[in-house]
Design a protein around this ligand. Structure first.
Ligand SMILES: C[S@@+](CC[C@H](N)C(=O)[O-])C[C@H]1O[C@@H](n2cnc3c(N)ncnc32)[C@H](O)[C@@H]1O
Length: 214
């Protein structure tokens, strides 16, 4: 099957241009627990450089201490506009935001101490390429955090989710992926993991960027 990535990226941009108006009201509270848990797991230290891949409306930006440098990228200009508003509202002079495709970033090798992709890996058109890029821009021995709804443990529900996956993908809410398989492919091993959000429906994963390149 030939997947037209350009078409899919354009589609994601359109979908999130619409979601940008309702995202915080809808997902702000639902994913709050995961957001705070991810921030705690990141254990951010003064002077560190952090990359938020698919930063969206920037819900987590106010959490980072001002003595860190935070870069957020997103493919959707409209989502980033909301993040820009938060940057100004909270006076986040340590935050820089760029419109950029996560599967082809313009940062140098090893530019960041820590990289986080929160509810992004299932949404991007090419998760494998995106993970390889995340590895590339993260320092050797840096840390990579992935937070995502990755399916239910219940076999029946899991089958149903696989069934509706193409629909979820079409409306930009993520597709069914085998995250463990993807991590193996890019040689990322899990250092720690926890279940977060309502009913533990999301996986929060911490990996160390040991082997470069992917
Ligand atoms: C579900 S939202 C998550 C936003 C934010 N990380 C959060 O946790 O609230 C997914 C985000 O990924 C962005 N996105 C999708 N594909 C992308 C790509 N190829 N490159 C960069 N961002 C992308 C979308 O525009 C959207 O803002």
């Amino acid at each position: 099957m030939v997947i037209n990535l350009d078409y899919m990226s354009e589609h994601i941009k359109k979908v999130y241009s619409f979601y940008s108006w309702i995202y915080d009201a809808f997902f702000g509270k639902i994913f709050e627990h995961g957001r705070y848990s991810a921030f705690r797991m990141m254990n951010v230290k003064p002077g560190e450089t952090i990359l938020e891949v698919g930063v969206g409306t920037g819900l987590s930006l106010p959490l980072y201490p001002k003595d860190t440098r935070v870069v957020g990228i997103d493919i959707s200009r409209e989502m980033l506009d909301k993040a820009e508003m938060k940057k100004h509202y909270y006076h986040l002079s340590n935050v820089n935001l760029y419109t950029m495709d996560a599967s082809s970033m313009s940062f140098e090798y090893g530019a960041f101490d820590k990289v986080i992709a929160s509810h992004v890996i299932t949404v991007v058109p090419d998760p494998l390429r995106t993970l390889k890029e995340i590895k590339r821009v993260c320092k050797r021995d840096g840390e990579i955090f992935i937070l995502n709804y990755t399916g239910c443990n219940n076999k029946f529900i899991s089958r149903c989710e696989e069934f509706i996956s193409p629909f979820r993908d079409k409306v930009g809410l993520g597709k069914h992926i085998d995250l463990d398989e993807l991590l193996r492919e890019v040689h990322l091993s899990i250092l720690s993991e926890q279940r977060v959000n309502l009913w533990g429906m999301c996986r929060l994963i911490k990996c160390k960027n040991t082997l470069i390149p992917a």
